[in-house]
Design a protein around this ligand. Structure first.
Ligand SMILES: NC(=O)c1ccc[n+]([C@@H]2O[C@H](COP(=O)([O-])OP(=O)(O)OC[C@H]3O[C@@H](n4cnc5c(N)ncnc54)[C@H](O)[C@@H]3O)[C@@H](O)[C@H]2O)c1
Length: 313
């Protein structure tokens, strides 16, 4: 049975663009947030992003047509009535998510699928206390959800196979490239890999080996160019696994093994250097520099989305 009517709870960074993506692919979406002003921000974001997609030939429908498929509401009951799938994109707090599921279970039938966009929590932890845990799984979109194709699908041991299959079918129909994890692990795959790199990069800064700018120059100039083409394991296969084994033996003992956020990062946070949103992070940003960085990323992601579309055609 296809999933056509979907409720998204949380209209923040993720919820709004997930709603755009689903509506752009013909689904009926209810987007719910307790803060009416956030719903208006989401509406404006969906319009702007839909117009940008259309301008680049990535969307045939008009922004008005897309918005016509999204009902914006601060009333949860209105959002979930008749929904076949409820995707939760509320803040990353386990207590909040669990309390929400408990309330949802009391309001919807056991057939309704519950999906979480959590970045880190394992589905077993999310499903604890549910009467029907078999209908829950993680569907982890990446930001910006309308441009990045990956969705990590993470079932727990008790998630029903047909629940997973229906969500995977929906995502493929929306042009996504879902990857199903065979076992649940905190942070799933993408964030584990990305943060392994973050940890080592921060350690190199803390040790005074290089500045953040110099480290970014290294990444851009070497494996940053190869990885999109050959991935992690294709890169290793091209390099030679005997060579890779020797490198592992040589450098693994000295790699960073910190088990919490390092001081070099927490110090920046304490200083209010939170990144572009406060005008400074690992470096300072004039407003136009922050904008240029965002625009460069947006253009690159649009280019990749066009390549994906051409490859599918
Ligand atoms: N931001 C990212 O890059 C990113 C990427 C992937 C996954 N995620 C995950 O997605 C989830 C949402 O993240 P975000 O960045 O969109 O957060 P956000 O803070 O931008 O948005 C969360 C929204 O949820 C609303 N909300 C709070 N309680 C609610 C409730 N009971 N019902 C409905 N709405 C409620 C808030 O008003 C807010 O607008 C988190 O679990 C996060 O870890 C975030």
């Amino acid at each position: 049975m296809p999933l056509d009517t979907l409720a998204i709870l949380g209209a923040g960074t993720m919820g709004a663009n997930i709603a755009l993506d689903l509506a752009a692919h013909g689904r009926t979406v209810r987007l719910c947030d307790p803060r009416p002003e956030q719903l208006e921000t989401a509406r404006a974001l969906i319009r702007a992003n839909a117009e940008a997609l259309r301008a680049h030939g990535l969307l045939e429908a008009s922004a008005d047509d897309v918005l016509a498929r999204v009902r914006f509401t601060s009333k949860r009951d209105e959002a979930i009535a008749g929904a076949e799938l409820i995707l939760e994109a509320v803040p990353e707090r386990l207590d909040l998510k669990r309390a929400l599921y408990a309330e949802l279970e009391a309001a919807v039938s056991p057939d309704v699928i519950l999906a979480s966009n959590t970045s880190t929590f394992m589905p077993t932890a999310l499903a604890e206390g549910l009467r029907h845990p078999e209908r829950l799984l993680v569907a982890h979109y990446w930001n910006p959800a309308h441009l990045l194709p990956l969705v990590e699908l993470v079932p727990h041991a008790g998630t029903r196979a047909d629940v997973l299959a229906r969500v995977e079918t929906l995502l493929r129909a929306c042009g996504k490239q879902p990857v199903v994890l065979r076992k649940e692990v905190p942070g799933f795959i993408g964030n584990r890999l990305a943060f392994a790199l973050q940890r080592e990069a921060m350690d190199l800064v803390a040790k005074g080996v290089a500045t953040p700018e110099e480290i970014d120059a290294v990444v851009r100039g070497c494996f940053g160019r190869r990885v999109p083409v050959t991935g992690i394991f294709g890169t290793a296969d091209l390099g030679g696994l005997d060579v890779y084994a020797a490198i592992c033996d040589s450098i693994f003992p000295g790699l960073c093994a910190d088990r919490s956020a390092p001081e070099v990062l927490t110090r920046l946070v304490e200083q209010g250097r939170l990144g572009v949103k406060t005008g400074a992070g690992w470096r300072d940003y004039a407003p136009q520099e922050a904008e240029a960085l965002r625009a460069a990323l947006g253009e690159a992601l649009i280019r990749s989305a066009k390549q994906d579309r051409e490859a599918r055609a």
